[in-house]
Design a binder for this molecule. Structure first.
Ligand code: ATP
Length: 353
């Protein structure tokens, strides 16, 4: 089922928690709502669930305008951060619960619950109580319970937040697998950019209630619409370098530095901000260098080495090959994969391309 939001707005007193949000979520897609705390993710989810009624704007499920439809009539499954299982009921009874509320006969409810338990791979745990399960297993129960009624839309509110790092990875793959197997349209709220990028068909990044960018993950990472998007995605984060275009063709001066760098890109005169992702910066020899600086920090993170290089008053992060023979205190020459440089307006952050 497609989900269509048309100028959805939710005001609380003087706060616009969601501000003219419009988008279409295609049938069977998993879309993440991403953004910093307070950006309006949970409010959007509550509006979709029918637990809030919007100040203005409309929500459509397929052709149907559901804006005024009560929550229980929306055919939605929800999964929360805290699982929200009934502790005194067995796993099986937890999963059966929504069906029993709908007066589905016990035998059929049991069969459907077992089928769901198998799908989320907890078929062997159905007689246990939630307290006897790990966090990941509890979340599987919550997902099975959300799906057992065969809803048209699955809403997930930070479902991985209570899990440790390893389980988070495992469960995000599982959520994706289950969502695709069932073929259900899903909306996944998270403040974790890596999670959003890895799990989604599309990411909707919000700030102060306003949708900043709505793109497939790789597009958003490679072509951020503004410096907020650029800085919100990526770990280690993107480097911003303020430069002033000099009167020489293709030359930019790094602000607070005497270094002139030559960039192929021809942008109007004046001050701009370059966005350089750490993985697109490398150590090179003097002839090919774009900048020269001093290594002030070096650490190994996973399969890469992260270095920080001070170029006069500017410090930038680069991810380099751990085999590189370089040490803190040494001077180094830096190259940049020029096609990956992004150019931003210094005042409003807009991508200049
Ligand atoms: P978090 O990641 O911290 O959960 P969020 O992105 O989900 O944040 P929301 O909970 O949707 O953000 O909140 C958006 C804005 O609306 C915030 O400024 C918040 O303080 C405000 N807000 C949310 N719910 C209410 C409410 N019931 N009454 C008043 N203001 C609210």
């Amino acid at each position: 089922m497609d989900v269509y939001l048309d100028n959805l707005t939710m005001e609380f007193q003087d706060i616009k928690a969601v501000d003219r949000l419009s988008t279409t979520i295609k049938d069977g897609q998993l879309v993440s709502l991403l953004g910093p705390s307070g950006c309006g993710k949970s409010t959007t989810l509550m509006l979709l669930a029918g637990l809030y009624k919007p100040t203005s704007g409309d929500i459509y499920f397929g052709e149907q305008n559901v804006t005024k439809l009560d929550a229980e009539k929306r055919e939605i499954g929800m999964v929360f951060q805290n699982y929200a299982l009934y502790p005194h009921l067995s796993v099986l009874k937890n999963i059966m619960f929504p069906l029993r509320m709908q007066k589905v006969p016990k035998k059929e409810a049991k069969e459907r619950a077992i089928e769901m338990a198998e799908l989320v791979q907890i078929g062997h745990l159905i007689d246990r109580k939630p307290g006897q399960l790990s966090g990941g297993q509890q979340q599987r129960v919550a997902i099975a319970r959300a799906l057992v009624k065969k809803p048209k839309l699955l809403l997930l509110d930070e479902p991985l937040s209570n899990l440790d790092a390893r389980l988070r990875l495992e469960m995000r793959e599982e959520i994706r697998r289950i969502q695709q197997e069932v073929g259900i349209t899903a909306i996944f709220v998270t403040h974790d950019q890596e999670e959003a990028l890895s799990i989604s068909d599309r990411v909707m990044l919000m700030k102060n209630g306003i949708l900043q960018q709505d793109s497939p993950p790789q597009d958003m990472y490679r072509n951020p619409i503004n410096s907020f998007t650029a800085s919100f995605l990526g770990n280690p984060p993107i480097n911003f370098i303020k430069v002033t275009k000099t009167d020489q063709q293709g030359k930019y001066k790094i602000m607070n530095s005497s270094q002139l760098i030559h960039l192929a890109k021809d942008i109007d005169m004046g001050q701009i901000q370059l966005g350089l992702r750490p993985e697109n910066i490398y150590i090179t020899n003097k002839e090919d260098a774009l900048m020269t600086g001093e290594v002030v920090h070096l650490e190994t993170i996973g399969r890469d080495t992260l270095i920080r290089v001070k170029i006069d008053d500017v410090t930038i992060r680069a991810l380099i090959d751990p085999a590189t023979d370089i040490h803190v205190g040494e001077r180094c020459h830096i190259g940049i994969k020029q096609e990956h440089i992004r150019y931003f307006n210094i005042e409003n952050g807009a991508n200049l391309e």
